[in-house]
Design a protein around this ligand. Sequence first.
Ligand code: ASP
Length: 328
Amino acid sequence: MGCWAIAVHGGAGVDPNLPVERQEDAKQLLTRCLDRGISALRSSLPAIDVVELVVRELESDPLFNSGRGSALTEKGTVEMEASIMDGCGRRCGAVSGITTVKNPISLARLVMEKSPHSYLAFSGAEEFAKQQGVEMVDDNDYFITEDNVGTLKLAKEASKILFEYRIPTVGLDSCTSEAETPPLTMNGLPISVYAPETVGCVVVDTQGRCAAATSTGGLMNKMAGRIGDSPIIGAGTYACDVCGVSCTGEGEAIIRGTLAREVAALMEYKGLNLQDAVDYVITNRLDHGKAGLIAVSSNGEVACGFNTVGMFRGFATENGFMEVGIWE
Ligand code: ASP
C-alpha cells in the first residue's frame, strides 16, 4: 500500500493587490475542498471519485471560475468546459460548450464511463446530459454572477480577452507599459480582483492510482465557441500510471505546450522526479505564455509550478503535510 496525496488549485492568475478578504475567502474554500478530499481518501474512495467530488464542490461555489461563477463569453453567456482522467487504464472524458449542466465535471465523467467517446461538446453534450439525467438548470443565468457581469463590461470597454494575470488598461495597446497606466477598476478595485479562476484537483490514492480533473468557464470575454486547454486531455489535464496533472492559465499557450502530458512524458521517458518535471515544463514549454499546474506522482509526492505572480493552491499528504497558499 502506498501513501495518498491530494492537490487542488483555483487558478494561476492572481493580482498582486488582491484584497486580504478575497485571499481569505479563497483559502477557506481551498481548505474546505482539501478536507473533503482527505476524508474521502481516508474512507478509501478511489482517486477518480475524489477528484470528481472535490471539483464538484468548487463548481458549486461562485468564488472561482467553474460552474456557478464561470467567466462569460463576449455575448455575456456561460460556456463551461471540463475534463477528467483516470490514470488507471488511462480512461478520460471531456465536455465543452456546456450551458445548463450544474456540474460539468460529472458530465465529463459520464462521457468517460457511459459513452463510446472521449469528448462531447455543445448541443450534443447537452443532449447526452439530459439522457443521463444529470442535474441541469433551466437557464444559463444560474451561472452568471454580478461580479462577472461587471468584469465583462470593463473587459469589453478595453477590448480585451481577460487574462486575469495581465491587468488590462483602458484604451492602450499591449505595447504600452502597464506601470505607466492605471488599471481598469470596478468599485475602486482592479478588475483582475474580480476576474475568476479555473479549478482543478489531482489525487493519488493508497493503491497508487492517479487521477486529474479540471473545470472552467474559460477566459472572460472569450469568443463564443472558443475552447481552451481545460477540456483537452494532454494539455489542461492528464493522468497515467506515474502522475496526475491539472493546469491553469493562458489556454492557448498550454495547448501549444501540451503541458500536462509533458510532465508525464518527462517522468516516463527521462526518469525525472515529479518536481523536476514540473519545473522543466514551466520553464521550457510555455514560451511567453503564463500558466501554472498542480501534480501528484504515483508514489505520493505533490508538486506545483507557475510563472504568474501566484496560484491559488492547496496540498495534503498522508504523512500529515498540509498547505494552502497563493503567492510564491
Ligand atoms: N486555462 C483556462 C482557459 O484558457 C483559464 C484559466 O486557467 O483561468 O480557458
